[in-house]
Ligand binder design. Sequence first.
Ligand code: ASP
Length: 445
Amino acid sequence: MESIITAKFGGSSLAEAGQFEKVKNIIESDPNRRYVVPSAPGKRFSSDYKITDLLYLCHAHVQQGIPFNDVFDIIAARYKEIVACLILKHKELKELDIDSILNVIKKDIGSGASADYTASRGEYVNGIILAKLLGYEFVDASEIIFFNKHGVFDTVKTQAAVKEKLLCKERAVIPGFYGAMPDGSIKTFSRGGSDVTGAIIARCTSSTLYENWTDVSGFMMADPRIVSNPKPIDTITYRELRELSYMGATVLHEESVFPVREAGIPINIKNTNKPEDKGTLIFDDTNCSEKPSTITGIAGKKDFTVIAIEKHLMNIERGFCRKLLAILEQNEIHFECMPSGIDSVSLVVEDKSIASKLDDVIEEIKRQCKPDAIEVYPNMALIATVGRGMSRSKGIAATIFTSLAKEQINIRMINQGSSEINIIVGIETDDFEKAIRAIYSAFVN
Ligand code: ASP
């Protein structure tokens, strides 16, 4: 089967001329990298600005009637510097009239262009520069990525447009982050949305692989701000990824997983600054026979409240949980998990979701469910230990609990989903970092 790679490059991978050179080398080292999706220039150093943020700022200035020249000049200077540096080595860039491209954008913003149009220009200009550098065709995302009149991504129209306008090109650069509404106006995805464009292009071109190039070598087994030098994750399934990213391990935009997952296309997270690193391969495990390692990763989230409810003979009372959940629903509160015993059930809810409604909810539970006891535990954190190999190994729970006990950490709640790819423990927020380190070192020596 023909191999086609869609390669998306994030903002830090295209933040300055030197990064463009790295991207060029990466693309040229594998002829299968035929469709390339760039982000707008990101930060070069931690106090730097992202071009997209500056573009939004220009729009806000115009809205308030404040001159936006100074902000736009910073944007223009970044692009001009990139082009000026690249021209020294790549004469073909001389053909690019960056000044007039930027002037058109400045004029459009000044005459009241929408926030989405304005923000999308970061990717647009980067796409034009990158296409010229690579000698690839530039295909504007507004010609192949479509939204319906409600602003929802239109798969059918996009697929047809990709077939007509992209598949006939041997190689192309398609700017990320935006597409077009039915009336032709520009609409962006949510922030970080170039990942989504990459996934859509991979899907619609039937790519064999979706490469997502960023500034880290994929996922780590734990957050490096908590565990020093955590091991990288070589392979992870889509299901595991969902569990870990829900718990805060984010490298990819959430919506970018769906299009490729559905089509069975693996995603490889790679590091533009260390292309030799394997990165993390995300794949569907249904047809996979490899023997997975016991645990894949550990992630956690703070700021939960647990409402623990007890009632004698709860197990034979019909409709108890229905009443309980209806109370949450009426108050527009979602819950994270609901571990239960024979006569007890706990609701784990995010602080921000329940916040000011807590007292009313408790009163309502007392009134409708008539529990024997109801306790509220604030300041809870959840830690998920995730691994597709868990269901086939013995002693995983024992290892987790022993490691926490050794550190004198009190476990307030335990939840193991029936999918058996994760074990979640609830602990006091103050123990959060200590607990992650304890579990990590119990599994990784
Ligand atoms: N440039 C856009 C943002 O900063 C989209 C992206 O980088 O993926 O959100």
